[in-house]
Design a protein around this ligand. Structure first.
Ligand SMILES: *Cc1c(COP(=O)(O)O)cnc(C)c1O
Length: 435
């Protein structure tokens, strides 16, 4: 399978090239040339299958031409060492819990898959060391660091803003050692991101080191997220609740929801999608006006969605490009946006009414879904992170002291190892050249 760039100015790439490069040469995002439709019978049969079996079928459709079946099945099984259960919350609203992985957020799925696929290409081609650069305000760094931990031939540099990442999140990528180096940058998240971007554009650095990114622009991180949409459908089907299914996705860079749109194009019968946003609402505005105006992000309590220029918007435009794009996108996706006060209100009310503890991101999803859903529909919102990852916020909202799961506690017992760097590119570049 070949991959083209959404900007259509770069040559077609193989899967391996698309994964190693991340972004296409013309700064577009890679898209698979074809999205293979699965047979209706295959999808109906998923209710009798395990998550592994379902994911292997979906992975085969994307990657089957480029990776032999045995290797691919192995990568899938190794990635999915945890479940993504659908649990009832209230009436016709269900939560797809994506936080049972090692760092308790949905990004574990894509990060683990990408690490294993990249590791396979490195072994197969005998590539020299690949260096993954990732800027993080919290969740991405922990998922990528843990996903890539111990993978031979890959070194990960996590750049994070000094003093601006919660202690729970910080220990998830600073205590690992091995092939993971945490760089504590004396600056903001935007400074970290600017350093990574400059590094990808620096000729001397790229001649010296093989650099790639591991955010949701990478096809190997983004496509595997479609696995759990099929798994969610299968679980609803098993309960006899798969008719008129609406799925609501708390969105920042829009990688997660785009994977859902891909699943729909593969034949998964999803009636409608909702993109739930916090105050960073450029997509919501686009739906309303047809005009897309990216702008700097604002800080909210659902901080993994603090994105002012969602990178995967380019993929959504590309998916529906042959028609009236705006009309087509509105036909498939609705939007919603919430202030911090509204998010806090939803967390409080849902906990009181149902006993279900939402995290700030899932709260946007739950509220958008419950505002949208009509009586004869079923709804699933994606619960993208475990509430304990945002303990300070949740404790403040509920006046409680919520327990920290063992998995998170284990990280907190490790020894913090990080290297402090100023925010100037010259220092960062010299640091990499000296390695
Ligand atoms: C990354 C993240 C999101 C946003 O996902 P996108 O794919 O960027 O839209 C939502 N919730 C949590 C907890 C996240 O970590």
């Amino acid at each position: 399978m070949k991959y083209y760039s959404t900007n259509k100015q770069a040559p077609l790439a193989s899967l391996e090239e698309a994964v190693v490069r991340g972004l296409a040469g013309d700064k577009g995002l890679y898209m698979p040339e074809r999205i293979q439709r699965l047979d209706d019978s295959a999808i109906r049969n998923m209710k009798n299958q395990s998550f592994h079996e379902i994911a292997c079928t979906v992975a085969q459709a994307f990657f089957g031409e480029d990776v032999d079946k045995e290797t691919l099945d192995h990568i899938v099984c190794d990635t999915l060492s945890f479940d993504t259960p659908v649990v009832p919350v209230k009436g016709n609203i269900y939560s797809l819990e994506l936080f049972h992985g090692p760092t308790l957020a949905f990004k574990d799925v894509g990060a683990r898959f990408m690490a294993r696929l990249l590791g396979y290409f490195i072994r197969k081609e005998g590539l020299k060391q690949v260096n993954v650069l990732v800027a993080t305000s919290g969740d991405t760094g922990s998922a990528v660091a843990n996903g890539f931990l111990g993978v031979e031939g890959i070194h990960v540099y996590v750049l994070y803003p000094k003093g601006k990442v919660s202690p729970i999140q910080e220990c998830q990528f600073t205590t690992l050692g091995q092939n993971i180096t945490a760089l504590e940058i004396d600056g903001t998240f935007d400074d970290c991101q600017a350093l990574v971007k400059s590094a990808f554009m620096d000729k001397q650095l790229n001649a010296h080191l093989k650099l790639t990114s591991a955010n949701s622009i990478n096809v190997a991180r983004f496509l595997p997220q479609s696995f759990y949409y099929f798994h969610a459908y299968a679980q609803m089907d098993r309960m006899g609740k798969a008719d008129k299914l609406v799925i609501c996705v708390p969105s920042g860079n829009f990688g997660n929801i785009t994977a859902g749109l891909f699943a729909q194009q593969m034949g998964l019968p999803i009636t409608h999608f909702i993109a739930a946003n916090n105050r960073n609402d450029v997509f919501w505005e686009y739906l309303k006006t047809g005009i897309y105006t990216p702008r700097p992000s604002v800080q909210t309590i659902a901080n993994a969605m603090d994105v002012g220029a969602p990178s995967n918007f380019a993929r959504i435009l590309d998916l529906y490009e042959n028609n009236d794009v705006h009309q087509e996108i509105c036909h498939h996706i609705s939007g919603a946006r919430f202030t911090d006060e509204e998010i806090a209100d939803t967390i409080r009310r849902t906990y009181q009414e149902t006993g279900y503890l939402l995290d700030p991101h899932g709260a946007c999803g739950y509220q958008a879904l419950s505002d949208y859903l009509s009586g004869d529909e079923q709804g699933i919102f994606l619960e993208t992170a475990h509430p304990a990852k945002f303990k300070d916020t949740i404790d403040r909202i509920l006046h409680t002291d919520i327990p920290i799961p063992e998995k998170l506690q284990a990280f907190m017992q490790g020894k913090k190892q990080s290297i402090g760097l100023p925010k100037t590119f010259d220092d960062f570049k010299q640091f990499l050249l000296d390695r």
